[in-house]
Ligand binder design. Structure first.
Ligand code: GLA
Length: 389
């Protein structure tokens, strides 16, 4: 579904559920990270792009004051959020992403208007494509539309990140909310997570495409392991004597090797290498040097698999299939993307070979794992937008 079709669909659902037309329609995309994994909370670089999968909300002012009703058009379930006082955590569970953002606006001194909302998302849930960031940034965009007060997009991303920390309990970095808020059509976003400086890197060469391969597995150990990795990185930085791993060189790591456990050493080796790979890959993209970009993507995957240990056998299977297809078959590179432990891979491929590659990966992945993958190509999409209002 295109964004336009999706917006029309959610508007129709709003009309049916609430018996009138919506006054505002807003959207925020999910993302795929091309390279720069587990670097954001180490003050490093990331290179994500917004994808053509969105969280969309249609809304109008509500008659009943002091509350927001959100109707999930897919699961046919509603959340009623009390906004008369400070917004708190509550049920259903997914409403906490919304609640967290509303609380963030309240902390900025913003009174939350009473709203009726219909909601739908085409970002696969729990697939490592930032469905939660899309929902958070979408909510923030709705509040901007409904109050008529735009906030700085960087502030908006930070507010959404805080919601994820405090209402969803995930100590995530800044990448997902940032790209959902600041993505630009036809561009990747090179983000320096320390300075928050961004550079839009054009990705408009028609001869290449990015394929997202959803393994359709999610291993529950994900969230606890994420926090553990963060702690290990902090420990490594402390031992090396730097503020964060962004400041550490490979030589410094080698010098400090004996003072840290083998595991902490490997975690740091991934992060320090990945920060470097990301800036090199960005340079490769600027020059349309696709074979080089692809090599950095593979190298990123191996480090995530062997040093950082956030891959899983299904993600590894996709990468192995992609490697097997190889440059001859049109694959430049492939790697797991996002937090890991399931979710998606991203592959850089020749545009003309997309259909053949999709077929091969689907067939071989199913044969290897017994699971059906979901595979789609996406162009770099725009970040959060007010479609109506
Ligand atoms: C998750 C987090 C991000 C980032 C990635 C790993 O998506 O939300 O902040 O840390 O994992 O790169």
């Amino acid at each position: 579904m295109t964004l336009k079709e999706l917006a029309a669909h959610v508007a129709a659902e709003f009309q049916q559920h609430y018996g009138r037309a919506p006054r505002w329609i807003v959207a925020a995309p999910g993302r795929v990270n091309v390279i720069g994994e587990h670097t954001d909370y180490n003050d490093g670089f990331v290179l994500p792009m917004a994808i053509e999968r969105y969280a969309v909300m249609a809304a109008d002012a509500a008659a009943t004051p002091g509350r927001i009703s959100v109707y999930d058009t897919h699961f046919k379930e509603s959340a009623v959020i009390d906004v008369a006082g400070p917004v708190t955590k509550g049920q259903p569970k997914w409403s906490n992403y919304i609640r967290g953002v509303l609380a963030g606006f309240q902390q900025r001194g913003q009174k939350i208007p009473a709203l009726d909302v219909a909601f739908m998302s085409t970002v696969p849930l729990g697939g490592g494509l930032s469905s939660s960031a899309a929902l958070e940034v979408c909510t923030a965009t709705l509040i901007e539309a409904a109050t008529g007060k735009a906030i700085d997009p960087v502030e908006k991303a930070l507010l959404a990140q805080k919601a994820e920390h405090e209402f969803a309990g995930v100590p995530c970095g800044i990448m997902d909310q940032f790209i959902s808020a600041l993505g630009r059509e036809g561009h990747l976003l090179l983000l320096d997570c320390r300075t928050r400086q961004t550079e839009l890197v054009p990705m408009s060469d028609p001869s290449v495409a990015l394929l997202v391969v959803n393994t359709n597995v999610k291993h529950e150990l994900g969230s606890g392991e994420y926090a553990k990795r963060r702690a290990e990185c902090e420990q490594a930085a402390k031992i090396i004597g730097v503020k964060s791993l962004r400041d550490a060189t490979p030589e410094q790591l080698e010098q400090a090797k004996d003072k840290m456990s083998e595991v902490v050493y490997r975690r740091a080796r991934h992060v320090i290498g990945e920060i470097e790979r990301t800036t090199h890959a960005a340079e490769g993209i600027r020059q349309s040097n696709w074979p080089t970009v692809g090599q950095f993507m593979y190298a990123s995957h191996y480090a995530l698999r062997d040093d950082y240990e956030v891959s899983c056998k299904e993600l590894d299977a996709v990468v192995a299939i992609a490697e097997n297809i190889g440059a001859r078959g049109g694959v430049y590179g492939c790697r797991m993307t996002g937090g890991g432990f399931g979710g998606c891979c991203v592959a850089l491929v020749k545009a003309g070979a997309v259909d053949a590659i999709t077929q091969t990966i689907a067939t071989e992945y199913q044969a290897k794992t017994g699971i059906a993958a979901a595979i789609f190509a996406s162009r770099p999409a725009a970040g959060a937008t007010i479609i109506k209002g």
